[in-house]
Unconditional design. Sequence first.
Length: 314
Amino acid sequence: MNIYNTVGKMAIGSRLRRLSELMMDQAGEIYALYGIELQAKWFPVVYALSGGAEKSITQIAQEIGHSHPSVSTIVKEMVKQKIAKESPGKDDARKNFVKLTAKGLAIKESAKIQFEDVNSAVENMLGESQYNLWKAIEEWEFLLGQKSMLKRVEEEKKLRESKAVEIVPYNESYQQAFKKLNQDWITTYFKMEEADFKSLDHPKEYILDKGGFIFIALYQGNPIGTCSLIKMDNNTFELAKMAVSDEAKGKGIGFMLGNALIQKAKEEGANRLYLESNTILKPAINLYHKLGFKKITGIPSPYERCNIQMELSF
């Protein structure tokens, strides 16, 4: 138990497995106490078939919440012990159906008294416990059904990494990073166009000197993302040249850059942001929707790759 006390709650899966193995081992001893030829791991399958009707392995797996391979393995073991039998389906011979044999039904009947005693013992344990394990398991199953542990850990990872991200104004030392970040994503999906070369090679002349702004996202001091505001008129900026390095994707960098530029546009007195994109860039389009942008029919674009235009008014 020392390892669980040392590692803490992140070992919850291992500890639950240990508890499960302990319960399964003791369940085997209980079956032996009542002289019942049944393995503990077979119980859910036996119970699912206890009504006497035949069921497919898929049906059983869905009912007991096990995987298809797991149920298939258990059924093979039960068939070998003549507790269950398989037969091809009447309508589809490729699908096997399972039912309890006479021996299996007899085991089910002889286990009724054991089930009553086990249920009473569990109820007594719940009464002795400070926390109701049964209800806690139900609650955890519900929570994991709503959002998997993987998703929860991904969110914590993103939150932790985002704290190491800094959004800073552009200066000339970031010119090569600004160009490379944009050029990398453009050439991954499209081709570089004349307007790209102008703004990426000469950001000061084509963006900053015309009243625009460029922000750089730094992760542990390294440039990993960028985005700019290109001034269109006194009330409108174009959100453009957003790019995030492949290794930094999944950290929420685009959302942080977008919010920083929205705030900057507001500080500059603008009441509208405009952008151009392409619908094959689904993550980018989802990001823009998340930031509040709506699809519009805008002005003619200088970019061949543009097939969607969006705006955000505030």
